[in-house]
Design a protein around this ligand. Structure first.
Ligand code: HEC
Length: 108
């Protein structure tokens, strides 16, 4: 096998592992957006009791930390009522549109 061929194989393998890792970890951002509007925005528009929360309220790292640690302490039962998968999708949407993401969104 010549060097060029070896490099190609290496690149393909790398691309393959990168996408499979993403697919494993990632929630569905499109579903997450829908769920966020349905389950979160009722209390999180400007002037609501929870205060305004949009994807841009936090950075990507902050959103991941929020869902890993703090979401359990969120007031009320909303975080317990949603399934793990729903929360993952919402986490993914907020992460994808976070303040420091490539495509920040306010989702008003
Ligand atoms: C029943 C009303 C209600 C619903 C529904 C609700 N929240 Fe909240 N949320 C609150 C309240 C009240 C607080 C506390 C606000 C405070 O401490 O000032 C809060 C706080 C937060 C905070 C912390 C804000 C900060 O500055 O760190 C985040 C983030 C948050 N909610 C996200 C969500 C997400 C995501 C959902 C949907 C899965 C959701 N909330 C659904 C009422 C709600």
């Amino acid at each position: 096998m010549n060097l060029k061929r070896l490099l190609m194989v290496g690149l393909i393998l790398m691309a393959f592992t990168a996408t499979s890792v993403l697919a494993m970890e990632g929630g569905n951002s499109r579903k997450g957006k829908h769920l966020f509007k349905k389950s979160c925005k009722s209390c999180h528009n400007a002037g609501d009791e929870g205060g305004e929360v949009t994807p841009m309220s936090k950075t990507m790292a902050q959103w991941d930390r929020y869902f890993k640690k703090k979401a359990k302490k969120h007031p009320g039962s909303v975080m317990k009522d949603l399934s793990k998968k729903d929360l993952k999708d919402i986490n993914q949407f907020l992460f994808d549109k976070a303040a420091d993401s490539p495509s920040p969104e306010t989702c008003g």
